[in-house]
Every structure is written in structure tokens, then in C-alpha cells.
Design a protein around this ligand. Structure first.
Ligand SMILES: C/C(=C\COP(=O)(O)O)CCC[C@H](C)CCC[C@H](C)CCCC(C)C
Ligand SMILES: Nc1ccn([C@@H]2O[C@H](COP(=O)(O)OP(=O)(O)O)[C@@H](O)[C@H]2O)c(=O)n1
Length: 432
């Protein structure tokens, strides 16, 4: 292990930090990591400063082939960039991180978002090419944190199921509490994972066919890959039990809760003027429910969590955090408040006519407040680049748009809401 040739402080195997373990340079972890990441990102964005840095590094490595390629490609470095002081570096880093994106690119939907992330994936290969490798002690650390999160999730689900089956709370309430709290709690474990994540970077064209296996190997060993295994394992559990291939108390509980919800809706339709039915005791939930229900809402919920964790991780953009909060907190609170407090219904046709103004207000307020709190927490932890003051306006726009999607879009909210949040969020928070 040698000191990084960039900052002279962080220790990396390649002698050059690429955003994996860099810490403590300039004014903090995020800035340092961003700066280090610009090295490859800027190759694409055309930043002469970081290209010069790369060339210097390649020369230092004595790699003739790369050196020749860089010499042909690179212009003379900008003198002003060369003499940048440490204080000036963050702004350069910020400029370099900005990946050019057109409206059309974003509008091309999930494909657009995925292709953006593919740059992040590609950088893993770049890291490998430079020999930065991955530290096995960091992998062990991440696996331990993931196992603790998995155990925590089992305990959390068990507690709420126990409270519902023993009649302490309504079955429907237990489901919504799990919906609202599980992933936000899971996200609170993210800062405990290591910095062993992908740097941003190299153009996707650098990936050769053979490299995909390298990428996959790196992906599974990265901190976000290991963290994403937690909801992925729960997804697998839901699929197996939903298909009837295994017996699972969690799935039985979810099915019971959904049946209670259906019964509640049925009662509402049967007797609109009557007081709300009570599900205060388990005895009132007579229906067992259908285990295949686990293959819908709960499975989409876990899959959305897996995808957002893996693709967006904990920063530097708050995109993944925001998308998950919209899905869990916003959608969950709309349902909870909308069912419990009678407020006027939106004048909408068909199935949408059940949705209430109170539900939507609860969505907007709760999702906005929790999103801002999470941005503040993750910013303080050095994971998210934007502070809460700078992000609040954009979070408000995102929340209102997602509440409209929750209200109007057909399909399962656990798919439409996070998808909309990713698309809108990638416009509002354009850095990766
Ligand atoms: C009921 C759920 C979703 C569907 O709701 P609906 O919109 O159809 O009404 C929530 C399902 C929760 C899931 C089975 C468990 C998720 C666990 C999470 C990924 C990790 C939590 C870890 C933490 C430490 C508690
Ligand atoms: N904006 C909203 C959303 C839901 N809700 C209430 O929550 C119930 C379930 O909402 P939903 O159709 O989104 O159901 P899920 O698919 O989330 O289970 C509705 O029948 C409404 O009573 C509301 O009042 N206002």
C-alpha cells in the first residue's frame, strides 16, 4: 500500500485514488471522493485539467501503451488548472462531475437512467484496469453490516406481525407501518457500509464483452452490491413463497393484511355512511388472504429497493434516497391518512375516486419532511453532495410531481412512484 499520488494521504494499492478509499483530502470525504472521481469522468466531459492529471498518472505508472494513447488524445493542460489551490479544487470537481444530459436522454425513460448508471459501472472496470482492486477487509466489513441489516429486517417484520396477530394493532396498520418504516430504516444502515463503491467514470465504450464478467464480479463485491443483497434476498423469499415453493410466515402475514384491506374497502362500498369497521383484533380478520399477493406490491417494493440501492447508492446524488422515500413514506402515509381520516375525495373517475385530498396532503408533507431529513443526515455523513438548504426547493418539486403520479398513474404505486422519482430526480439533481 502506498500513499495516493494525488493527495499523498489516502492509501490505495494503485498509488492513485479513484474515489474508492480516498478520504481526508481538501475539505472532507465527499469532496475528496468527487475530485478523485473526476479523473475518469472528465475524460468524457472534456475537462482538460483532469485529463492532464490522468496523463501524469499514466506516465507515473510507466504504461507505454496507455501513455501513447493519452499523448495522442490529450491537449496541453490548462496552466490555470495546473496551479489550482486546494480550496479551488471543489468547484473544478463539481464542474467535472456534471455529465452532459439532454432532455431527450432523460425522457427516453428508464433506458436513459440506466445508461447513465452504466458509466458508473464502467468505471469499476477502469479501477480494475488501473489495478486498484478491492480490499477484502472492506468486503468482510460490508457483509457484516448487510447481515446485521438482514437480521434487523427479520426482527422488524416479526415485531409488527406479532403485534397485529395478537390484536395490539390493526392488521392494516401493521402493514402500512412496515411499508413506511422498513426501507428508511434500511437506508440508515448505508453510512455504515465502506467506501468500497464504484467511482464514476470511464465511457461505456470501454467495456469489452469479456469485461462484463469482471464488472459483475466487482459489482457483487462493491458496498452497494452487498447492501442491495438485503432487499434482493427478501425479494427471493417473496418469490419462493408467493409461488408456493416455500412456506413463509412473512408472506402469510402480508396476505392476511392485504385481505383485511380488501375487506375494509368492501365495507366502505357496501355501507358508505356506516362507521369504519374495526380490525382491532385478529379475530375480525377472518380471511387468510392469497399468498400470491406477495408477488405484487411487496415484491415490487423490495425490487425497487434493490435497484435503487444498487444503481444510485447513498450519493453523491440523493436520487436513490429520494426515490425510496417517495415510495415508502409518501405512498404509505397517503394510504394511512386517507383511510383513517375522512377528507373530501378527489373528483376522479373509476378506481381513482377512492383517493382523498387528505391522503395527498399527507403524502406531500411527510415525503418532503423525511426527504429533507435524510438529505441532511447523508450530507452530514459525507455521502450526499447537496445540503438540505440547496436541495429543499427541488425536493418540494419532486415530491409534488410524485404525489401527482401516486394519485393519477395507473399501475402499482411501488413501481410508478419510484420510477417517476428517478426520472424527475435525474433532471433535478443532474450530478452523478
Ligand atoms: C407491505 C409492503 C409493501 C407493499 O405495500 P402495498 O403498497 O401493496 O400496500 C412492505 C413490504 C416489506 C418487505 C417485505 C420488507 C422490506 C425490508 C427492507 C428491504 C429491509 C429492512 C431492513 C431494516 C433494517 C428494517
Ligand atoms: N392519495 C391517496 C392515496 C390513497 N388513499 C387511500 O388509500 C387507499 C389505498 O390506496 P391505493 O389505491 O394507492 O392502494 P395500494 O395499492 O397502495 O394498496 C385508498 O382506497 C384510499 O382510501 C387516499 O385516501 N388518498
Amino acid at each position: 500500500m502506498a500513499a495516493c499520488q494525488h493527495c499523498g494521504r489516502c492509501n490505495v494499492r494503485a498509488g492513485f485514488c479513484v474515489g474508492l478509499t480516498c478520504a481526508g483530502w481538501c475539505k472532507g470525504r465527499v469532496l475528496a471522493a468527487q475530485l478523485c472521481q473526476t479523473r475518469t469522468t472528465c475524460l468524457r466531459a472534456g475537462c482538460a485539467w483532469s485529463r492532464h492529471r490522468l496523463l501524469e498518472h499514466e506516465r507515473a505508472l510507466g504504461n507505454r501503451e496507455v501513455r501513447d494513447r493519452c499523448s495522442r488524445k490529450l491537449p496541453t493542460p490548462l496552466a490555470t488548472h495546473d496551479s489550482l489551490s486546494c480550496d479551488a479544487l471543489p468547484s473544478v470537481a463539481h464542474r467535472c462531475l456534471r455529465v452532459p444530459r439532454t432532455f431527450a436522454e432523460v425522457c427516453s425513460g428508464l433506458g436513459g437512467v440506466l445508461s447513465l448508471r452504466s458509466e458508473v459501472w464502467a468505471s469499476a472496470l477502469e479501477v480494475e484496469r488501473l489495478g486498484a482492486g478491492r480490499d477484502s477487509s472492506l468486503i468482510t466489513h460490508d457483509v457484516v453490516v448487510a447481515v446485521l441489516a438482514l437480521v434487523g429486517s427479520y426482527a422488524w417484520l416479526k415485531i409488527w406481525d406479532w403485534l397485529a396477530t395478537n390484536g395490539y394493532i390493526e392488521s392494516t396498520l401493521s402493514r402500512k407501518i412496515v411499508h413506511i418504516t422498513s426501507v428508511p430504516l434500511f437506508m440508515l444502515t448505508w453510512p455504515f457500509f465502506s467506501d468500497n463503491h464504484f467511482a464514476t467514470g470511464a465511457p461505456i465504450t470501454d467495456i469489452s464483452l469479456q469485461s462484463w464478467s469482471t464488472f459483475l464480479g466487482l459489482a457483487l463485491k462493491s458496498s452497494q452490491g452487498i447492501a442491495a443483497a438485503v432487499p434482493a434476498i427478501l425479494s427471493a423469499r417473496l418469490i419462493l413463497a408467493g409461488l408456493g415453493l416455500s412456506q413463509d410466515t412473512l408472506v402469510n402475514a402480508l396476505a392476511r393484511q392485504k385481505a383485511a384491506m380488501h375487506k375494509w374497502m368492501q365495507d366502505q362500498l357496501d355501507d358508505r355512511g356506516a362507521p369504519r369497521p374495526s380490525f382491532a383484533t385478529n379475530g375480525t380478520v377472518l380471511v387468510q388472504g392469497d399468498r400470491r399477493e406477495a408477488l405484487q406490491g411487496p415484491l415490487y417494493y423490495c425490487l425497487a429497493t434493490t435497484v435503487c440501492t444498487f444503481l444510485f447508492w447513498r450519493g453523491p446524488s440523493p436520487l436513490g434516497i429520494l426515490a425510496l422515500i417517495q415510495m415508502c413514506v409518501g405512498d404509505g402515509m397517503a394510504d394511512l391518512v386517507g383511510r383513517r381520516w375522512r377528507t373530501p375525495k378527489w373528483p376522479l373517475p373509476g378506481g381513482l375516486s377512492r383517493k382523498t385530498i387528505g391522503g395527498t396532503l399527507a403524502y406531500v408533507l411527510s415525503a418532503f419532511l423525511i426527504s429533507c431529513s435524510y438529505i441532511a443526515i447523508f450530507h452530514a455523513c459525507g455521502c450526499v453532495e447537496t445540503g438540505v438548504a440547496a436541495a429543499a426547493g427541488r425536493v418540494a418539486i419532486l415530491t409534488v410531481c410524485c404525489a401527482a403520479v401516486e394519485l393519477l398513474a395507473p399501475g402499482d404505486d411501488n413501481v410508478t412512484v419510484p420510477l417517476a422519482a428517478c426520472l424527475i430526480g435525474s433532471v433535478l439533481f443532474p450530478t452523478i
